[in-house]
Design a binder for this molecule. Structure first.
Ligand code: ME8
Length: 517
């Protein structure tokens, strides 16, 4: 097999104008699972996340809080760094856009776009949403009953009129359409691709890319009265982190990115502006931009005013880290909006984890420990049932690979858990506890086959539940090398005679905390 190519994956960088919320956590968890999957599949992975500290939204919050924007950025970026740690993320870097390395990269990309004739000075007059940090055409806005004008994402817009540098986005319409057509996987899922294509088909206006009414941003080279529009700076983070403008090293190894994982509200920036900036600067465009949906608490959008913003760390403390990682990635189809509530979480934790996988492992491995001298038994000839369940387990890797390549994390989990379901039916129908007296050799074979299914499920569960999967694989005494995906299928079949420890429960049931009387 040929050497596997390096893999670069990113989250959006979050505005640290407040504490991280569950939407941020969701994106981090999903991206982490995708990154871990590729690592276990033998690729060299670079996983980037961080914070986006500039712009008017940050500045307004800082003023309201009576802080300097840089103090606000530092204070809240720290909370985002803590969040990714609490969530068990395996990011290789965390960028904060007021770092020196980022100033260099932004200046360099600006100069490249300028050299290419794509930047000119004029004045801007139009609508701006500070909440979205986005310019909108008047036709995209509407005045509602409250007399306020709103943009397409439902945030208020204000009239902005000032001297500004422009990016010749209008010159990129055909090139962008060509990109979407020649690289059909550039935008996922398909609904977002259609949305972006019809936006671009509708005609692109040149984009205002600098501001003069405040100075919290990256200065425009040789015109320091202007700071760069926050999205020029924010998008550039993806190459800053690879060492741009140095084109050697990580730029050479990891650019273009394999996939940018973002939320659906920021698809236009990533699938229209970003490739246009890159083309202008003479850089290759990413392979793919994938937009996930929004999370809603029992159907309601999260917002501070609704009081339903749950801190990710509180969810982890209450339900367990791997439990919430599994829940969000299994319950919500990645790419679509999703709901979460207590009942749904308890149901997944108890049904899928504690009962289906946890009990199967505990029951089968306890039987091996007790009845087979704490050693993995030697299987005899496989029956049709044994062969069928082994074949199903052996086929999981290919299905999961295909699903994860399209960011369909829920499909990968659904494939793994359908094998878990089948293994439970197999175990129940084979009744190894009854075979103990009647046919101990057959019992040994059934237990061997069940342990082998648990091995493969455990290996494939690692990206989503790193800690619990690791505990599960500890029960089978697998070495680090034996936990890699090249060991899946027949390649890493368990060897009989392996000494196994007394199994400990890996997936505790969720029990309602007692309410004080
Ligand atoms: O947009 N459910 O930052 P941000 C799911 N700085 N995802 C959600 C969500 C929710 N309820 N709310 C937000 C920004 N997100 C820019 C990005 S990238 C160069 C710059 C997602 O803090 C959102 O879609 O508003 C985005 O992908 C990420 O969280 C950060 O959002």
């Amino acid at each position: 097999m040929t050497e596997k190519s390096p893999f670069f994956i990113t989250t959006a960088i979050s505005y640290p104008n407040g504490a991280p919320h569950i939407g941020h956590a969701y994106e981090a968890i999903a991206t982490d699972a995708l990154a871990r999957f590729q690592r276990l599949d033998g690729r060299e992975v670079h996983f980037l996340t961080g914070t986006d500290v500039h712009g008017q939204k940050m500045l307004q919050t800082a003023v309201k809080e009576g802080m300097s924007p840089s103090d606000l950025a530092d204070m809240n970026s720290k909370r985002f760094r803590e969040m990714v740690e609490v969530l068990g993320c395996s990011n290789d870097d965390f960028i904060q856009t007021n770092e020196q390395r980022h100033y260099e990269a932004c200046k360099a990309i600006w100069l490249k776009m300028q050299e290419n004739g794509d930047i000119y000075k004029d004045s801007y007059a139009g609508w701006y949403s500070v909440r979205d940090e986005a310019y909108y055409q008047e036709s995209e806005t509407e005045v509602r009953d409250d007399g306020v004008r709103y943009g397409p994402q439902g945030t208020p817009v204000e009239w902005v009129e000032e001297e500004s540098y422009f990016f010749r986005l209008s010159a990129y319409q055909d090139k962008l359409m060509h990109l979407y057509e020649s690289q059909p996987d550039f935008i996922g899922p398909a609904t977002r691709r259609n949305e972006v294509m019809s936006f671009v088909k509708g005609g692109l206006k040149d984009l205002s890319i600098s501001r003069t009414t405040f100075d919290w941003g990256i200065p425009v080279p040789s015109d320091e009265k202007h700071v760069m529009y926050v999205w020029v700076d924010a998008l550039t983070n993806y190459i800053t982190a690879l060492g741009y403008p140095d084109m050697e090293g990580n730029m050479a190894k990891f650019w273009p990115a394999n996939v940018h994982i973002i939320g659906k509200d920021i698809i236009r920036f990533h699938a229209v502006y970003w490739p246009a900036f890159l083309m202008s600067a003479g850089l290759p465009v990413p392979h793919r931009v994938f937009a996930h949906g929004f999370l809603f608490n029992s159907g309601e959008k999260m917002s501070k005013s609704l009081g339903n913003v749950i801190a990710p760390a509180d969810l982890v403390a209450h339900y367990g880290l791997d439990q919430i990682r599994y829940f969000f990635l299994r319950e919500v189809s990645f790419g679509q909006d999703g709901n979460y509530n207590h009942e749904a979480m308890v149901n997944r934790i108890n049904a899928d984890l504690a009962n289906d996988l946890g009990n199967l492992a505990q029951r089968s491995l306890s039987m091996i420990h007790k009845n087979c001298g704490a050693q993995l038994p030697e299987p005899k000839e496989f029956s049709e049932e044994d062969k069928a369940i082994l074949a199903q387990a052996d086929a999981m890797l290919e299905t999961c690979r295909a699903a994860m390549a399209r960011q369909e994390i829920h499909q990968a989990l659904s494939c793994i858990w359908s094998t878990v379901g089948e293994a439970n039916r197999y175990f129940a129908s084979q009744e190894p506890w009854a075979l103990k007296k009647t046919d101990p050799e057959r019992m040994a074979t059934v237990l061997y086959v069940t342990a082998e299914i648990i091995r493969q499920v455990g290996i494939l569960a690692q990206p989503v539940m790193p800690e619990s999967a690791s505990k599960l694989l500890d029960l089978l005494v697998l070495s680090e090398d034996e936990r890699q995906f090249d060991q899946l299928g027949a390649a890493g079949r368990l060897d009989a005679g392996r000494a196994l420890p007394k199994p400990q429960g890996v997936f505790p049931r969720y029990v309602e905390p007692e309410t004080p009387a």
